[in-house]
Design a binder for this molecule. Structure first.
Ligand code: OOG
Ligand code: NI
Length: 468
C-alpha cells in the first residue's frame, strides 16, 4: 500500500473500537472481568448448541462475535452532536433511528451511530448509542441558564481531530498515518476526566434536578459510560455475574427468554462510585464522588418487521401496566412471570415468524436449489421455495436499540430499578437539526437487506424477482 492510499472506514472503526475497549478495560477493570465471563459462556453455548454454531457460521456472525460491542455517550449541546456525526462518519458509522427517552423520565433523545451495509456490519458492527440532553426539560429556569452557560464554554474535541475530520471530508478518507492519529485524537473525547469543571455546590444543584444533568454538564467531555459485549446466553451470564464479583440489575430488559431470540435483551451492572475533584480553593480541588460508568451485556435476536414490532410494543406495554418494578427491585420475579406469560402470544419458531411477516430473514439458495435450477424445474414464491428445500432463510440480526430498554438501563444507573412512564412530546425535528442530517429508518434498512437477498437468490436460481 502506498503511503497516501486511503484506509477503509471499516478498518478505522475496528482500530477505534479496539482502542476504546483497551482504554475502558484499563479505566474500569470490571469491564475486563465481564469480557472474560462473556467469552467463557459463549464458548460453552457454542459447544453445546451445534445448530446455533451452524446458523452463526452461515450468517457470517461467528467472526464478528468476539469484536462485537456497543458503547454510549451523552452530549450536552447541538454543536457537539453535529461534530460527533462527522467524527463517526470517518469510521463508516451513521445515525440510525430516533429514540425518545423522555417518555420514560430521562431528559434526553438519542440515535445510534453504526455501520449500515451488510459487509460493514460483518467486518465490525461497533455502535455508539448517543444521547443529547434536552435542556428545555429542566424546569428551574436559573439552573437551565447555568447549565447552558457551562456547556457553551466547553469544547469536547481536540484541535487535531477537527483538522483530521476536515481532511477526511475533503479527501474522501484518511491515510494510514492520519487514521492512526485520528484514532488517538478521537479517543481523547471519550476519556474519563476526574476533574469536574464546576464547584461541588453547582454539581449538587444539577444533581438534585436530575443525576443525568450533572453527568452531562459538569465534566470536560462525554466520557464513554459503558461498553457492551454480545453474549449468546444472557440468562447464564446474568446468573454467573455475582460469582465473579459483579452485581447485575434486577431484571433483564427486553423480551423474555425464548427458543428463537427476538430483538435485544440487555442487563447491566451498577455504575461505580468514583473519586472526582470539584473546582475549589485548593489547586487540586474539592474531593467528592460521581457515579456514571457501568457495564452491560446484550443478547441479540432476529429483527422484527413493523408488524412484529407493533406486537412486541403492545405486549411489553401490557406487562408494564400490570407490574412496575419498585426501587429495590424486590418484585422482579413478578415482572418476569408476567413477561413470560404475556409473550406466549408471540410465535416462537422461525417459520411462523417468517410466514406471518413478523421478522426479517436473509434468503440464500441451497445446494438442492442450485441442482434443481440446472434442471430448470423451479417455480414459486420465496416461502414456497423454502418449503421445498431450495432456499434457506436465516434470521437477520437486530442491530439497533429499544427505547424502553434503554430507559431502563439509564434508570438503573441513575439510582434504583424503579420503572417510570412520563408523558412528554418527542422532538425528532429538533434532534435532526442539531445533528445536521436526518436519521435513517432502521426498518427500511432491514427490509432492504431482506429484499436484496431474495433478488440475489432468485438470480442464482435463474428465476424472476419476487418479494417475501
Ligand atoms: C445509554 C443507555 C442506553 C442501551 O444499550 O440501550 C443503552 C446511557 O446510559 O447513556 O446503552
Ligand atoms: Ni448500552
Amino acid at each position: 500500500m502506498s503511503a497516501d492510499a486511503l484506509v477503509h472506514p471499516d478498518e478505522i472503526r475496528s482500530m477505534f473500537s479496539s482502542a476504546m475497549s483497551d482504554m475502558y478495560r484499563a479505566e474500569v477493570p470490571q469491564y475486563g472481568t465481564l469480557l472474560e465471563l462473556v467469552a467463557d459462556k459463549n464458548d460453552e453455548t457454542l459447544k453445546a448448541d451445534h445448530a446455533l454454531h451452524d446458523s452463526l457460521t452461515g450468517n457470517d456472525e461467528l467472526d464478528r462475535l468476539d469484536v462485537e460491542r456497543h458503547g454510549a455517550i451523552r452530549l450536552g449541546k447541538a454543536e457537539e452532536l453535529f461534530t460527533m456525526r462527522r467524527l463517526f462518519a470517518v469510521m463508516g458509522m451513521h445515525p440510525v433511528g430516533y429514540y425518545d427517552l423522555s417518555v420514560a423520565g430521562v431528559p434526553v433523545h438519542s440515535t445510534a451511530f453504526r455501520p449500515i451495509d451488510d459487509a460493514a456490519l460483518r467486518r465490525n458492527p461497533f455502535r455508539v448509542f448517543t444521547s443529547l440532553l434536552r435542556l428545555e426539560l429542566i424546569e428551574d429556569e436559573n439552573l437551565r441558564h447555568d447549565a447552558q452557560q457551562i456547556l457553551a464554554a466547553r469544547d469536547i474535541f481536540t484541535a487535531d481531530v477537527i483538522k483530521l475530520i476536515y481532511l477526511a471530508e475533503k479527501n474522501g478518507g484518511l491515510t494510514q498515518v492520519q487514521a492512526e492519529q485520528f484514532v488517538t485524537q478521537a479517543l481523547e473525547t471519550f476519556r474519563w476526566h476526574s476533574d469536574a469543571t464546576v464547584s461541588l455546590n453547582s454539581y449538587q444543584k444539577m444533581h438534585d434536578a436530575h443525576r443525568l444533568i450533572a453527568d452531562v454538564v459538569c465534566f470536560k467531555g462525554p466520557h464513554i459510560n459503558h461498553l457492551t459485549p454480545r453474549t449468546l446466553d444472557i440468562d447464564a451470564v446474568q446468573k454467573t455475574m455475582p460469582e465473579r464479583g459483579i452485581s447485575p440489575k434486577a431484571v433483564v430488559e427486553g423480551p423474555p427468554t425464548r427458543k428463537c431470540p427476538i430483538l435485544l435483551r440487555q442487563t447491566s451492572f451498577k455504575a461505580l462510585e468514583e473519586q472526582v475533584y470539584f473546582v475549589g480553593d485548593t489547586p487540586k480541588g474539592t474531593p467528592g464522588t460521581h457515579t456514571a460508568r457501568f457495564g452491560e451485556i446484550e443478547q441479540r435476536g432476529v429483527a422484527l418487521t413493523a408488524k412484529g414490532r407493533a406486537l412486541y410494543d403492545t405486549l411489553l406495554a401490557s406487562v408494564r401496566q400490570a407490574v412496575q418494578i419498585n426501587a429495590g427491585g424486590s418484585n422482579a420475579r413478578d415482572y418476569e412471570t408476567e413477561l413470560c406469560e404475556r409473550f406466549v402470544a408471540f410465535p416462537d419458531d422461525y417459520e411462523t415468524l417468517r410466514v406471518e411477516g413478523l421478522a426479517f430473514f436473509k434468503y440464500s439458495p441451497t445446494k438442492d436449489g442450485l441442482d434443481a435450477a440446472r434442471n430448470g424445474k423451479l417455480a414459486g414464491t420465496a416461502h414456497e421455495l423454502v418449503d421445498q428445500g431450495y432456499l434457506r432463510a436465516d434470521p437477520i440480526i437486530y442491530e439497533d436499540f429499544l427505547p424502553v430498554s434503554a430507559a431502563g438501563i439509564f434508570q438503573s444507573n441513575l439510582g434504583g430499578d424503579a420503572q417510570k412512564n412520563y408523558q412528554t412530546h418527542s422532538n425528532q425535528d429538533e434532534f435532526e437539526q442539531a445533528l445536521g442530517a436526518s436519521v435513517r429508518d432502521e426498518l427500511a434498512l432491514y427490509a432492504k437487506t431482506q429484499q436484496v437477498s431474495i433478488d440475489r437468490a432468485f438470480d442464482a436460481l435463474g428465476l424472476k424477482k419476487s418479494v417475501a
